[in-house]
Design a protein around this ligand. Sequence first.
Ligand code: SAM
Length: 218
Amino acid sequence: MALVPYVDNPLPALSKLHNSSAQFRFANRDLHLSQDWKQLGVAAVVWDAAVVMCMYLEVGQVEVKGRQVIELGAGTGLVGIVAALLGATVTITDRQPALDFLSANVKANLPPDSQGSVVVSELTWGEGLERYPAGGFDVVLGADIVYLEDTFVPLLRTLEHLCSDSTVVLLACKIRYKRDTDFLDMLKQPFRVEEVHYDKERDIHVYKCWKLPAKRDL
Ligand SMILES: C[S@@+](CC[C@H](N)C(=O)[O-])C[C@H]1O[C@@H](n2cnc3c(N)ncnc32)[C@H](O)[C@@H]1O
């Protein structure tokens, strides 16, 4: 089942999404991610935002080593895999139809001694949030997850649920449409949002966000 419709004749710049695999080197390891655009659509290809997020994590400005990390809308799992290789304990999440493919990529790319630090789990934004500890994560990661207007409210609710006052949220975003900046405006109500990196070649913005203290009625 395709998670979203796809086209058979993509622009040349998008043709890499039709390859059956994508290779990277992060955290001193060669990673081979399987891709399957035709079967699973957006969840089964590695998006540039994920690559930029991994580069940003490698630099270490946001420390993930020893931290409890959750990745939302993980797709192939590249970001969560790299976070685990950098020493994090990671919950890698996506919608149910994406999970088998995601799990296979995680298994194929983590050495045996890192497999125990990763859990792959269903998280459809806004649903079943009670299965995840409120404010229970040090770092929340999301690469290219801001693109569907219908999901903006549940995505925001999910971020608010997962974050404590000390949680850092990192979002790597391709800003394609005005609605994407509308989400950032929505996010700025409960979170402080700072752009911390821009990858010009791939046109990807990385935002770091912290939950603002709750406003008290006077
Ligand atoms: C553009 S892909 C990005 C995948 C991956 N993060 C990357 O950058 O390569 C968007 C991801 O968000 C997931 N997604 C979309 N809507 C979702 C929802 N309502 N709840 C959870 N995940 C969702 C999709 O399944 C997909 O994996």
